[in-house]
Design a protein around this ligand. Structure first.
Ligand code: SF4
Length: 435
């Protein structure tokens, strides 16, 4: 039985795809092993969101070839699609697979019997129509369900549309079937993943709202989270409905990128800060305890000190629960990479540190504001230092002394405190109410 190990870099979408590939290989008789062990085949699903991501991919490939120089090494994902020749030249790589062939990886590996010069199977991403359906498995708590791929937006800093192609999706009926399979496996929570999830429905003539309403009725799925949604695609109707829905959680991850309208325009984002403020105010009005996570890019070309301060002030007014901060990274082939007025890297790092401090403060305030509130927690199975953890409906990380029988259970609790070192909430349990 040949052994195979997978490495996933980057986002939840990659994670869902790798998990699906792994199931296919195991069904075909491969034995899955840990990537720190010797395997006959290694598959690396890469990311290319920043320069750093490319570097990590190259390091991962080199580590694997060092571990077993005789192993077949197959590389796919965004970095492989964007730079197939560069990847093919890394020592030890045998096969580089383009975006539209990922779903056929098993066939390619079965035909690849001996090591030799790296073969590359690229694709013209502009013409890709196919959709590789995927969901993650193996975690008893949650599954990442891929609902959409690609993006028709052209944000000036982003290579994802060049790596993943145009916006496309599985139809709602197919995703319902997958959600039912996930529910039947005992998993209670699904996280909808994609590149631009709010744009769902380009292929099937449906909308994300249609999908949410359909998934909300799936028995056994107690929680649905949307991994990320563009602010201009999060409609008022959708927020109204989420506030009343059975299973869609009060948890929003919304990319802002800048709080300065001039920079938003240079980024070719499709909204102004006023729209972003409107959306978050509406969420807070209808769902006062909702978790709102916000992405921000610092040091975009042309971002002056006063633009950055505008972003800081705006974020303080919005008061989200957490910030995801990305120092701007030049991506070859994007309009932003050709822009002048580049912000020096040390200044980008300094701005990132300022926002990290702000995020820390906002996060503490969010946890503290939840003390005394009732919620539910879905317990995870891992035990660390005698503790187990889970997330509340509104995405607070919660801890309690480890009890094996709680793993995978959804339990009603009340938040009683905040542990700043571990960044977790403590709780009191209602032992009667669990399922
Ligand atoms: S919306 Fe913009 S940032 Fe997001 S994937 Fe599309 S082009 Fe990239």
């Amino acid at each position: 039985m040949p052994s195979i190990a997978f490495i996933t870099l980057g986002c939840k979408l990659n994670f869902a795809e790798t998990s699906t590939l792994a199931r296919r290989f195991m069904e075909a008789g491969f034995e899955r092993t840990h990537p720190a062990r010797r395997a006959d085949v290694y598959v690396v699903n890469t990311c290319s969101v920043t320069e750093q991501a490319d570097k990590k991919c190259r390091q991962a490939i080199r580590r694997l070839t060092y571990l077993n120089p005789a192993a077949l090494v197959v590389v796919t994902g965004c970095y492989a699609q964007l730079n197939p020749d560069e990847v093919a030249q890394i020592e030890g790589v045998d096969l580089v697979i383009g975006a539209d062939r990922k779903g056929n990886l098993l066939e390619y590996v079965n035909n690849l019997r001996t090591k030799g010069k790296a073969d590359s199977v690229p694709c013209d991403v502009r013409t890709v129509e196919s959709f590789f359906p995927a969901f993650s498995s193996g975690d008893r708590t949650r599954s990442f369900l891929k609902v959409q791929d690609g993006c028709d937006y052209r944000c000036s800093y982003c290579t994802i549309p060049l790596a993943r192609g145009k916006s496309r999706n599985s139809p709602v009926s197919e995703l319902l079937r997958e959600a039912e399979i996930i529910a039947a496996s005992g998993v209670r929570e699904i996280v909808l993943t994609g590149v631009n999830i709010g744009d769902f429905g380009k292929t099937s003539g449906e909308s994300l709202f249609d999908l949410l309403r359909a998934l909300d009725r799936v028995q056994g799925i107690e929680r649905i989270r949307i991994s990320s949604i563009e602010p201009n695609l999060l409609t008022d109707d959708m927020i109204d409905w989420i506030a009343r829905s059975r299973a869609v959680m009060p948890h929003f991850h919304i990319p802002l990128q800048s709080g300065c309208n001039r920079i938003l325009a240079a980024m070719r984002r499709r909204y102004r800060r006023e729209l972003f403020a409107e959306r978050t105010q509406k969420i807070k009005r209808l769902l006062p305890q909702a978790f709102i996570g916000v992405d921000v890019i610092v040091g975009f070309p042309g971002e002056r000190g006063d633009d950055f301060r505008e972003t800081c002030d705006f974020l303080q007014t919005l008061a989200p629960a957490s910030l995801h901060i990305f120092p701007y990274s030049e991506r070859p082939g994007t309009p932003a990479a050709a822009m002048t007025a580049s912000v020096p890297k040390p200044e980008r790092a300094a701005r990132a540190r300022t926002l990290l401090e702000l995020s820390d403060l906002l996060n503490r305030q969010f946890y503290t504001a939840n003390i005394g509130q009732p919620t539910r927690v879905l317990w995870e199975s891992a035990c660390k230092d005698g503790l187990m953890f889970g997330f509340s409906d509104n995405y607070l990380k919660i801890e309690t002394p480890y009890r094996k029988e709680l793993a995978g259970r959804l339990q009603s609790v009340r938040i009683t405190g905040f542990n700043p070192e571990r960044r977790t909430a403590s709780i009191e349990m209602n032992n009667e109410e669990w399922s």
